[in-house]
Design a protein around this ligand. Sequence first.
Ligand code: SF4
Ligand code: SF4
Length: 149
Amino acid sequence: MAAETSFWKTKTLAQMNQREWESLCDGCGRCCLQKLLDDETEEVFYTRVICRYLDKDRRCGCYETRHIKVPECVWLKPEDVEQFHWLPATCSYRLIAEGKELPDWHPLVSGRRDSLVDAGIAVTCQQLVKDDEVPEDDWQEHIIQWVEQ
Ligand code: SF4
Ligand code: SF4
């Protein structure tokens, strides 16, 4: 076990402090993929179209100003936990919100930042297209399906 205290096992999302909350993110980059919503079923579809600001190391290129540059960029907050169902099934915040365990590949569990890359969880920019390179009307042609992990 990497962390001395497995806070994610004993605290709810609302009980976590800022450092704990931030460390819960595995850095997979999946939430930075563009999504399409079916208005009738409210089903969320992920695409291989990625936000233009995500770099090849899955870091946001405009983190401090992201809500100005990308108004639709979602800011996860504990009070919005009821809406976390749209997040990827592997997302730590969704897992904890649903009362599930963090997987072995999560950096907090493995103690290695790259363990989610080895597990094939992290998005790899080589397989993606930036959202300023594909017209929005064409995004539905890039819908993907996650392989369950
Ligand atoms: S999907 Fe969840 S765990 Fe992955 S980068 Fe986004 S917020 Fe972090
Ligand atoms: S602005 Fe940054 S955090 Fe928001 S979707 Fe784009 S890359 Fe991700």
